[in-house]
Design a protein around this ligand. Structure first.
Ligand code: CUA
Length: 177
C-alpha cells in the first residue's frame, strides 16, 4: 500500500503528540504526584462529630515529619478554622462535610478538594515555604458561602530531632488532643 508522503508526515505528528501527552501525564502523576482527589472512605454525615478521626478535628503528628489535618466543613465555616503545620512536612488533609457540599482549596497551592456529605476526602501536600495560606470554600453553599474560609499557617521547618519528638507538635495540635 502506498501512503502519501504528507499523510505519513501527519501520522507521525499524531504519534509524537500522543507520546508527548502520555509522557506529560505520566510525569504529572508519577513524578509530581498530582492525582484526582478521590473518595477515601464513607461516613454517616449525621455522626461526623462522634466518628473518628472527626471527633478530634485538628492537627496531629502521625509519623516523624508527617501530619494529619482533620477538618470538617459546615455551613459556613471550617472546623478548625486555623491550623499550623511546619514547612517541609508531609501534610495529609482528611476532611468531610456535615451538611451540604463544600469545597476546600488552599490558596496558592494545588490542594483542592470537594467536601461531600457521606464521603471522606483525603489529599496530601507539602508546604515548602513558611507563610499563610487562605482556605476557601469553592462550592457555592448558600448565603454565607463567601464568608466560609480558614487559614493554614506554615511555620518554619524544625530540625529532624524536634520533628521526631512528639513533645514539640505545633501549638494547635495540643488544643485538639
Ligand atoms: Cu461552603 Cu461555599
Amino acid at each position: 500500500m502506498k501512503v502519501h508522503t504528507y499523510e505519513k508526515a501527519f501520522l507521525w505528528v499524531g504519534v509524537i503528540v500522543l507520546i508527548a501527552c502520555a509522557g506529560a501525564l505520566a510525569y504529572a502523576s508519577l513524578g509530581m504526584g498530582i492525582h484526582l482527589p478521590g473518595a477515601s472512605g464513607r461516613i454517616d454525615p449525621a455522626r461526623v462529630y462522634s466518628t473518628a478521626p472527626f471527633n478530634r478535628p485538628g492537627v496531629r503528628l502521625t509519623a516523624p515529619n508527617r501530619y494529619e489535618v482533620v477538618m470538617i466543613g459546615q455551613a459556613w465555616a471550617f472546623n478548625p478554622p486555623e491550623v499550623r503545620v511546619p514547612a517541609g512536612a508531609e501534610v495529609t488533609f482528611t476532611a468531610t462535610s456535615v451538611d451540604i457540599i463544600h469545597g476546600l482549596a488552599v490558596a496558592g497551592t494545588r490542594l483542592n478538594m470537594m467536601l461531600i456529605p457521606g464521603q471522606i476526602s483525603r489529599n496530601t501536600i507539602r508546604f515548602d515555604e513558611p507563610g499563610e495560606h487562605l482556605i476557601i470554600c469553592h462550592e457555592y453553599c448558600g448565603l454565607g458561602h463567601h464568608t466560609m474560609s480558614g487559614k493554614v499557617i506554615v511555620e518554619p521547618a524544625r530540625t529532624s530531632a524536634e520533628a521526631a519528638d512528639g513533645e514539640s507538635q505545633p501549638a494547635s495540635a495540643e488544643h485538639h488532643q
